[in-house]
Design a binder for this molecule. Structure first.
Ligand SMILES: [Zn+2]
Ligand SMILES: [Zn+2]
Length: 230
């Protein structure tokens, strides 16, 4: 049976239904797409105040910190629901659509990240096994492929099990939770430029800790790209 015939049968039994509004026809419909609130003002990943192009302010810069952060959209409905479905309902088919939001945004602002390697923030092993995939992995691969840039999901690994950041309310606790959570080998990252990809940024503690590990091992530049920001 051809892939097309298979899809026709699959769509008959499991017709695509919009994650945002529930309407049949698409996994994320055009109306919901048009309701996504794109980020107008990027912020400095360290202090959270507005910053042109998402660059870390010169005064905020830390030797092992992120060089900048680009977030594509605000974590509001209907996007919030789509990200939730992507993560917890195994709706893997949503990944290309959500990645398309990121691609459209990067193209609009002419951000091509030339010379960078795309690296997704890894889940811990237990969560990856349970879920079967890593949503940041799916998003990062789509975007990197579109831009024609290398995608290397194996570069960073989780050193320890962490609680989901969203489950921790206290900021100090969040920082502690992510401390030394990541590990990478020097020969893979030294002298390189890397874009970390994640689905949602909240306080940035996860991304900052991954950046710290990369820079300790000699990475020249570390930017972060997230689909949404809370
Ligand atoms: Zn919809
Ligand atoms: Zn700042």
């Amino acid at each position: 049976m051809s892939g097309e015939a298979f899809n026709t049968i699959l769509n008959f039994f499991f017709p695509p239904r919009c994650s945002g509004c529930g309407k049949f026809g698409d996994w994320f419909c055009k109306e919901c797409f048009s309701e996504v609130v794109f980020v107008e003002k990027q912020i400095c990943p360290l202090c959270g105040s507005p910053s042109i192009g998402g660059l870390t302010h010169a005064v905020c810069k830390r030797p092992w910190g992120l060089d900048g952060l680009i977030s594509v959209a605000e974590l509001e409905q209907p996007l919030n629901k789509a990200i939730y479905d992507l993560k917890y309902h195994w709706v893997k088919v949503l990944a290309p659509t959500l990645a398309a939001l990121m691609i459209a945004f990067l193209q609009y602002f002419q951000l091509d990240f030339a010379g960078y390697i795309f690296v997704p923030i890894p889940l811990d092993n237990a969560r990856q096994r349970w879920r079967g995939f890593n949503q940041s992995d799916l998003l990062g691969k789509e975007v990197a492929d579109f831009l024609g840039l290398p995608f290397e999901p194996e570069i960073i690994v989780r050193r320890k099990k962490t609680l989901p950041q969203a489950e921790i309310k206290n900021e100090q606790e969040r920082k502690k939770n992510m401390e030394n959570a990541f590990c990478c080998s020097k020969d893979k990252v030294s002298g390189k430029k890397i874009v970390l990809v994640d689905d949602v940024v909240t306080t940035g503690a996860t991304l900052q800790n991954a950046a710290k590990e990369l820079k300790r091992k000699g990475t020249l530049k570390v930017w972060a790209l997230t689909l949404a920001r809370r």
